[in-house]
Design a binder for this molecule. Structure first.
Ligand SMILES: NC(=O)c1ccc[n+]([C@@H]2O[C@H](COP(=O)([O-])OP(=O)(O)OC[C@H]3O[C@@H](n4cnc5c(N)ncnc54)[C@H](OP(=O)(O)O)[C@@H]3O)[C@@H](O)[C@H]2O)c1
Length: 270
């Protein structure tokens, strides 16, 4: 990946930041995208101006997003990879939220990656280019309390697979990475996270970055991480009666994990 250029959305924190660091550590260059310019500038300072540049924007601004690949190519002279990683969730039962807040989830998690994927296809190196969508295990098995989020991530998985078939003849790869719970700010208040989500092992942003780079290197269609959580989610999706049977067991395990994680957070803050 020496000298190859990647756009990473959501690159100032969590998974996107870990991907940007891992990519540049291997000799790549990165266009960093997030809303807060000052945080992106901090990352540019850390990585170095030769390998990183800040492109502050809100991925919900679809016109700005569509223009991004052209700007990045102008800046770095080429474009090889796109990682659609910026995401949004509003947790709680579907009737708790304003309808337009739910639409924001779909715009950020599904419409924006579709727009950036399509716009990038006019500029991406071909053959050889790669686009990775960061979805979620919640897109493999729908999670109560995260209905719109699950729907957006399931849609993103479907888009990745079908778009991958479309652009395969041009030698462009479209893959998808589906993480379980990741220890980043995205989880927010752990009390609000459905117990069933925390029944799965918590992984780190670096674990997910490693999966993203593997997806690119090996041109894999989809990686669920942890793999075991992905298999469980697939079984639960294919067999709803199995899902109903295991849900109480998983919720009990998740509630215990939640208590432990909240206590650990309190200890680390005191
Ligand atoms: N953490 C988890 O448990 C988990 C599990 C499965 C999947 N995922 C997925 O992984 C992805 C990244 O999550 P994370 O845990 O790394 O989140 P995070 O730590 O909260 O970081 C989010 C990043 O995205 C940027 N961002 C948020 N909204 C944006 C927008 N509208 N436009 C541009 N940038 C935006 C944020 O910067 P600004 O606020 O400055 O814009 C920040 O750089 C998301 O798609 C999420 O759905 C996360």
């Amino acid at each position: 990946m020496q000298g190859k250029v990647a756009i990473v959305t959501g690159a100032s924190a969590g998974i996107g930041l870990a991907v940007a660091k891992a990519w540049t550590a291997r000799g790549g260059k990165v266009a960093l995208v997030a809303r807060t310019a000052s945080k992106l500038e901090d990352v540019v300072r850390e990585i170095g101006k030769d390998a990183a540049a800040a492109f502050p924007l809100d991925v919900q601004d679809l016109r700005a997003l569509a223009a991004l690949p052209g700007r990045v190519k102008e800046h770095f002279g080429r474009l090889d990879v796109v990682v659609n990683n910026a995401g949004l969730n509003h947790r709680g039962p579907v009737d708790r939220h304003d309808p337009l807040l739910l639409a924001d989830i779909v715009t950020t998690n599904l419409t924006a990656p579709i727009v950036l994927t399509r716009a990038a296809l006019d500029h991406l190196s071909s053959p050889g280019g790669s686009i990775v969508q960061v979805a979620s295990i919640a897109g493999m098995a729908p999670i109560p309390g995260e209905a719109t989020y699950s729907a957006s991530k399931a849609g993103l998985r479907a888009f990745a697979r079908a778009a991958g078939y479309d652009v395969e003849p041009r030698g462009i790869h479209v893959g998808c990475v589906c993480p379980g719970p990741v220890d980043t700010g995205f989880l927010g208040d752990l009390q609000e996270v459905p117990d069933i989500v925390l029944s799965q092992p918590m992984i780190t942003a670096d674990d997910v970055a490693h999966a993203v780079l593997t997806c690119i290197d090996e041109r894999v269609d989809e990686i669920a991480i942890p793999a075991r959580s992905g298999r469980l989610a697939t079984m639960a999706y294919l067999a709803p009666s199995f899902a109903q049977r295991i849900r109480p067991v998983l919720e009990k395990r998740g509630a215990k994990n939640k208590e432990r994680l909240i206590a650990a957070r309190r200890r680390s803050m005191s």
